[in-house]
Design a binder for this molecule. Structure first.
Ligand SMILES: Cc1cc2nc3c(=O)[nH]c(=O)nc-3n(C[C@H](O)[C@H](O)[C@H](O)COP(=O)(O)OP(=O)(O)OC[C@H]3O[C@@H](n4cnc5c(N)ncnc54)[C@H](O)[C@@H]3O)c2cc1C
Length: 480
């Protein structure tokens, strides 16, 4: 079947609803709930045998700020303006200003919404450096808030909101509550039901869809609109080879099997534009343990290229740009430990930097110069090249020394996509000329949302984005 079926080819629809949501993950469930609450009849199609998607697999950390109830109760100072300045610094010219403003202004209410679903958030703050707080606490720093250059633009505030006592399993808790609320709302949820085509009338308006249900193509009229929430495209090798050629061979594909890019492909077939397709999250978990932050990363020229106190996705962003993706951590005996989430190889050890340099086959003097320069300034609490924060500066002078390989083709970092359909913040899918495709909406990783590059990504930016804008798209479709 082709991606688009003309309305004139359908004598009569098999089923009908007001709003048809494709995908029962974070974005889709949020859209369905809000569309129901706005009074629309809602049908949800989910291609796998149960909902949840990648959102359910995630820790469900949500990046929210501006003075949420959790921040407030823990005495954390933040403001909408501070939150906005931080996110603007993360995504720069590539960010969508209107989307960013709406998100920053709505984040406080969005957290209240999450709590109102029944998701528990503990009034506990984890101030350490970890990917996900393993203390049961619900608030933590998750990005580059305390790292240069972000410290120059916005006051550091913790904004990672985690379901209580869930460690890495917050997605199960969050999606459990969200999907239950959708069920209670009376939405018609169909699993093992894959959206395979969109139905368009002669004016280009999307008026329904075709789904594969029980080995049969079922036509469904959607009088108010179709909302595409089918996740990203990291599992679609044809698309990753086309859009992310440098990452395709080294990536550990981070997502659920449904991340095939169905919604993106169908939205394009209906005339939609795609943007940001070459951008992806690339995570190199160089902590925990936090003490590894004292080490320095070098490329195969023996040069540093980043401040090591950054979030793991910013490290990933810069690591990809080094020759052959070959990056190493140089560290001394005082601080060495194996990273908790990565298998790494020690490629050289020695009683002196020169010995390590020679064993690793680096150009003579290159690593020695880097370490000497770093140590000389670290002793004064300074990092003139990359401005690593004072807290993480200590000369690396305790022999023996080690060079640890974080080569990308060895560690195969987790990667998921950040590009997709171009949509208004309220979900309307746009054509390349900027006009709206009537009746077609999108949210979540199917569209280009708040996070636009690994360089500015922080844990929590996806789930906050997909649920926040999923809600807006659901409401907008219901009002159509
Ligand atoms: C292990 C892991 C941990 C993560 N941790 C975090 C975190 O803590 N915080 C954070 O912000 N981000 C995290 N992320 C990223 C984040 O989870 C995802 O980017 C986000 O949840 C995607 O939400 P979504 O609604 O767009 O897609 P999903 O939640 O994946 O939902 C899409 C749904 O659509 C279905 N589908 C696909 N095609 C079709 C079709 N044709 N018809 C019908 N249904 C279809 C899929 O089966 C799926 O259920 C993590 C990701 C992973 C993999």
């Amino acid at each position: 079947m082709s991606d688009i079926v003309p309305l004139r080819d359908i004598p009569e629809f098999d089923l009908a609803t007001d709003v048809l949501v494709a995908g029962f993950g974070g974005a889709g469930a949020s859209a369905a709930l809000e569309a129901r609450r706005a009074g629309a009849e809602v049908m949800v199609l989910e291609s796998s045998s149960g909902g949840g998607g990648s959102t359910q697999m995630s820790a469900c950390e949500m990046y929210l700020g501006g003075g949420t109830a959790l921040q407030h109760d823990l005495g954390i100072e933040d403001s909408v303006d501070n939150f906005y300045r931080y996110l603007k610094a993360c995504f720069g010219d590539n960010c969508d200003e209107e989307r960013l403003k709406l998100f920053c202004e709505g984040a406080v209410e969005h957290f209240d919404w999450a709590e109102s679903l029944g998701v528990p958030y503990k009034r506990g703050f984890f101030s350490g450096r970890d990917v996900v707080a393993m203390t049961g606490d619900s608030l933590q720093y998750t990005g580059n808030e305390r790292a240069w250059p972000f410290t120059e633009t916005a006051a550091a505030a913790p904004r990672g909101h985690l379901p209580a006592d869930a460690d890495h399993s917050g997605g199960l808790v969050f999606m459990g509550h969200l999907m239950e609320r959708v069920r209670e709302s009376g939405a018609d949820i169909r699993c093992d039901a894959r959206l395979t085509a969109l139905v368009q009338d002669d004016q280009g308006r999307v008026v329904g869809a075709i789904a594969r249900i029980d080995n049969r193509d079922v036509s469904i009229a959607a009088t108010r609109g179709v909302v595409l929430c089918t996740g990203g495209f990291i599992m679609n090798e044809t698309m990753t080879r086309k859009y992310l050629p440098d990452l395709d061979s080294i990536a550990t594909r981070h997502g659920n099997p449904g991340d095939r890019g169905d919604g993106i492909r169908l939205g394009q077939a209906a005339g939609g534009n795609v943007i940001n397709m070459g951008e992806a999250f690339v995570g190199i978990a160089h902590y925990p343990p936090p003490q590894l932050t004292y080490g320095i990363f070098v490329n195969e020229q023996g040069q540093r290229f980043v401040n090591e106190d950054v979030y793991l996705a910013r490290l990933g962003h810069y690591a990809v740009q080094q020759t052959g993706g070959r990056v190493y951590m140089f560290i001394d005996n005082r601080h060495f430990e194996r990273p908790a989430y990565l298998e790494v190889d020690i490629v050289a050890v020695g009683e002196s930097v020169a010995e390590v340099e020679s064993e690793a086959g680096f150009p003579e003097g290159a690593l020695q110069h880097t370490v000497e320069f770093y140590n000389r300034h670290a002793a004064k609490g300074e990092d003139p090249l990359f401005h690593k924060a004072k807290d993480w500066l200590m000369p690396l002078d305790c022999a023996p020394f080690a060079l640890v390989s974080y080569a990308l083709d060895q560690i195969r970092p987790p990667v998921f996509t950040l590009g997709g359909l171009e949509v208004r913040p309220t979900g309307e899918v746009l054509r390349p000329d900027g006009s709206e495709i009537s009746g077609l909406y999108g949210a979540g990783r199917t569209v280009a949302g708040i996070p636009r590059t690994s360089a500015g990504y922080a844990s929590g930016m996806s789930v906050a984005d997909v649920t926040f804008f999923g809600r807006l798209a659901g409401r907008q479709a219901a009002a159509n």
